[in-house]
Design a protein around this ligand. Structure first.
Ligand SMILES: [Zn+2]
Length: 635
């Protein structure tokens, strides 16, 4: 079969879309002969071409993604509302042909081998994404390739944004690479990474973002550090001297101005001080002017709670009032400088309390980002009754306040929405940061995440930037696959999304894997926890989990373990989860010594298998989270 692929125009993302179309068609059926052509614009006199690009069939919109596919007998148009949408439309066309993109990394891509004919190349799709914001934010420990894998995966599943965090996202890369340069036997890999080395990696990764036309978010925390000469690439304690000039800018707490816990990044400043306000807003303006590639610049305050300035001036208004003052000042300066970057402001810890006095003067400059870091993930946004939210407390400076749980966070958001109504706003949530490690099967996590995504609109949120470990696809990538699906189409169903996933990953055994992981999820992290009352109830659950794992291994593992990477992950996961069950049985049986031994055994096995699961599992943080955050009795 011969196909004419006709690229419309010269745009780099459309060019990349055509290259991806070629790659996927060839991987599916290498016998297809391709003519690849590049036209200035669509030429209707060309017979039987498959056009790729912007031809006016969808209204142009750089911010919102719509796709349009109309193909019959291998000819027609694959288009979108912008170049990025054209790329998404190409992936969607190939999905209609049978391809699936289950998780980041080469092995997450499932391309069926099949003999294509003209009649097969047929699809009609006209869709607009349900939400504007559909992104992933770097977290966890990452190597260059893991970040690349994520960026590459985003448009395949209709996601459109990536966020690198900080001026230099050093801490994430160092956490991954330190094991190489600390290993005496592996010194050849390279030297300890400087911020310069990491910036060099990010620079090359940005090329990938740009090629795909993705929306680029940057910075976040750090504006309380970098403009004042402090490193922002992690949460290190500052060991040097602090000059009086700098000290006078720090928040006054209990009569002293010092770094919060010694860490500049966690330290708020004296935000009523005009020098602080000007220094930060000048620095942001300059940064945006010098970095036009940044689409959304995040301006956040310190990364810690209840450490705002107690000086005579600062106590006159809420921290959010001073924050809004700075946002307004920033907007004035950016407008004057002719800089159009969108600024994201953060509703987080103390800033959950909405401002009383100040209002945002030019809302179009800004996007509100809701970051409920103290969520419990017990109640989905779908199930929170917005008419009966908890009563919010009065704001008391630097005093602990109601911020844990699910409904209270939503209550704060709705107060902010009253003063930023109908404007650009999105969620910054942490489903795949820590909480998913409570649920080794990750089936219930996936369902919860999906429910949240399809309900964001109820809260006035136009999408999500997922603050997550980039390697969150162990034992399967279902949670983030479901997340992407819910963000693209809020009218779908979890049933069909998970069936699609399991069928693509496990073929005829899809149902069995589905049931197995659902059962593991229910035994470790049941939706209905009321039945777990005594320690014995928990022990019964973990013993049952061991039986379920044993039965699954006997029935499927020997036969399937070499079938694909997906099965290899399940195999490693089964071994680990079996040990974890034993460890919990020992814990609930008050046998601390055995529990400690099993914990060491688990960590050793995860490390031993790092070579197999490296792409999909952030192994060291996986172990750390399970044992440092969740390995406690819940009765
Ligand atoms: Zn102050």
């Amino acid at each position: 079969m011969r196909l004419i692929l006709a690229q419309i125009g010269k745009d780099k993302t459309v060019k990349f879309a055509v290259k991806e179309l070629v790659r996927l068609i060839k991987a599916m059926d290498n016998s297809v002969v391709l003519d690849i052509r590049k036209y200035e614009e669509k030429d209707n006199s060309v017979k039987n071409a498959l056009w790729v690009g912007l031809d006016g069939s969808v209204e142009a919109n750089s911010a919102e993604d719509s796709i349009y596919i109309s193909v019959e007998n291998g000819a027609g148009i694959i288009s979108g509302s912008n170049e990025r949408s054209v790329l998404m439309a190409v992936y969607r066309f190939m999905k209609e042909m049978g391809c699936r993109y289950l998780y980041p990394g080469k092995n997450g891509e499932k391309i069926p081998k099949r003999r294509l004919n003209y009649a097969d190349l047929k699809a009609e799709v006209k869709e607009t994404a349900s939400y504007k914001h559909r992104g992933i934010c770097i977290e966890g420990s990452v190597g260059c390739e893991h970040v690349y894998n994520t960026i590459d995966w985003l448009p395949k599943v209709g996601m459109n944004a990536f966020f690198t965090q900080f001026f230099t996202p050093g801490v994430f890369f160092r956490k991954y690479y330190e094991k190489f340069y600390n290993d005496k036997n592996d010194r050849d890999f390279g030297n300890e990474l400087s911020n310069n080395d990491i910036d060099a990696m990010v620079s090359s990764l940005y090329d990938e973002i740009e090629e795909r036309g993705l929306i680029y978010h940057a910075v976040g925390h750090g504006w309380n550090c970098k403009p004042f000469g402090f490193d922002d690439s992690g949460w290190e304690v500052y060991e040097g001297e602090i000059s009086d000039d700098v000290r006078n800018l720090l928040a006054l707490r209990n009569g002293k101005r010092e770094f919060c816990g010694g860490i500049p990044k966690n330290t708020n400043l004296c935000y009523s001080n005009p020098y602080v306000q000007n220094r930060i807003t000048d620095y942001i303006t300059e940064y945006c002017a010098n970095n036009p590639k940044v689409d959304y610049l995040h301006f956040w305050l310190a990364d810690d709670a209840m450490n705002h300035c107690e000086c005579e001036e600062c106590v006159k208004k809420r921290p959010s009032d001073y924050y809004v003052d700075m946002l307004n000042l920033l907007d004035e300066k950016m407008t004057k400088a002719g800089v159009n970057t969108k600024i994201v402001f953060l509703i987080y810890v103390d800033l959950l309390f909405a401002p009383i006095k100040e209002r945002i003067k030019n809302p179009d400059r800004f996007a509100l980002m809701f970051a409920p870091i103290n969520r419990w993930y017990n109640d989905s946004y779908a199930d929170i009754d917005l008419e009966n939210l908890p009563q919010l407390p009065e704001y008391e400076r630097n005093k602990e306040f109601l911020r844990c749980g699910d409904a209270p966070n939503v209550a704060y958001l709705l107060e902010w929405r009253k003063i930023f109504d109908g404007k650009d706003a999105f969620d910054f949530d942490y489903h795949l940061m820590w909480n998913h490690h409570k649920d080794p099967g990750q089936f219930n996590v996936a369902e919860f995440l999906y429910k949240d995504m399809i309900s964001l609109h109820k809260l006035g949120l136009n999408g999500m930037m997922s603050c997550q470990r980039l390697r969150s696809a162990f034992p399967t990538g279902l949670p983030q696959y479901a997340m992407a699906s819910g963000l693209w189409d809020k009218n779908g169903s979890f049933e069909s999304v998970k069936d699609e996933y399991f069928t693509a990953a496990f073929g005829d055994d899809a149902k069995a894997v589905n049931n197995y992981l659902r059962e593991i999820s229910n035994l470790f992290n049941p939706k209905d926890k009321t039945k777990l009352v005594t320690e014995e109830d928990y022990i019964i659950g973990y013993k049952k989990a061991k039986e379920v794992i044993k039965a699954f291994k006997e029935e499927y593992m020997e036969r399937c373990k070499d079938k694909s990477d997906d099965w290899s992950y399940l195999m490693v996961h089964a071994e680990l989860t079996d040990i974890l069950s034993d460890a919990y049985i020992a814990l609930y049986g008050d046998d601390k010594e055995t529990a400690d031994l099993l914990k060491e055994k688990f960590i050793a096995l995860a490390k031993e298998n790092e070579g197999i699961i490296d792409t999909v599992c952030d192994a060291s943080l996986y172990c750390k989270t399970i044992f440092e955050m969740y390995f406690t009795k819940r009765v």
